[in-house]
Design a protein around this ligand. Structure first.
Ligand code: FMN
Length: 140
C-alpha cells in the first residue's frame, strides 16, 4: 500500500499480501501489518492511502516495497488517486482507503480500512506470492 506521509507529502509504502475483503455495507477491507514496519506510521498518517494490486510483471517492484529502508519510490512512476494516494504505474487495480480501526494482534496489527474509491485500469493477471515464491495466476 502507498500514501503521501502527512508531515511532508513524501511517498511511502510497503508490500502486503495479508489483504482480504471484509464487508460490502459499509465497504471494508483488512490487512495485517508487522509492528516493526517503519513505513506503516507514514501510511496511516495520511487521510487516504492506496492499495495497489500488482500485476505479474511487477515482481521487482514488490521486492523493493518489501525491503525496509529502501528508497522505494526512486524512479517509480505514479499518479495520484482521486484522494491523493499514489497509484503505481502498471498496477492492475487500486483501492483508495482510510484507516477505520486498528486491532493489536500479536506481533502484527490488524487494520480495518474503509474503501472510498477503486478502479481496475489495466487488463492483466495479478502477481501471486505463495510459499515464499512469486508465481502467476492460472485459471482452472
Ligand atoms: C509478497 C510479500 C508480502 C508481504 N506481506 C506483508 C504483510 O501482509 N504484512 C506485513 O507487515 N509485511 C508484509 N511483507 C513484508 C513487508 O513488505 C516488509 O517487511 C516491509 O517492506 C518492511 O518495510 P518498512 O519497514 O518500510 O515497513 C510482505 C513482503 C512480501 C515480499
Amino acid at each position: 500500500m502507498t500514501a503521501l506521509r502527512e508531515e511532508d507529502d513524501t511517498p511511502v509504502g510497503l508490500a502486503v499480501n495479508s489483504f482480504a475483503s471484509v464487508s460490502l455495507e459499509p465497504p471494508l477491507v483488512l490487512f495485517c501489518v508487522a509492528r516493526t514496519s517503519t513505513s506503516w506510521p507514514g501510511v496511516r498518517s495520511a487521510a487516504r492511502f492506496c492499495v495497489n494490486i500488482l500485476g505479474e510483471g511487477q515482481r521487482q517492484l514488490s521486492t523493493r516495497f518489501a525491503t525496509s529502508g529502501a528508497d522505494k519510490f526512486s524512479g517509480v512512476p505514479w499518479t495520484p488517486s482521486p484522494g491523493g494516494g499514489p497509484v503505481l504505474d502498471g498496477s492492475i487495480g487500486w483501492i483508495e482507503c482510510s484507516v477505520e480501526e486498528e486491532v493489536p494482534a500479536g506481533d502484527h496489527t490488524v487494520v480495518l480500512a474503509r474503501v472510498h474509491d477503486m478502479d481496475a485500469p489495466r487488463e492483466g493477471s495479478p502477481l501471486v506470492f505463495f510459499r515464499g515464491l512469486y508465481g502467476r495466476y492460472a485459471q482452472l
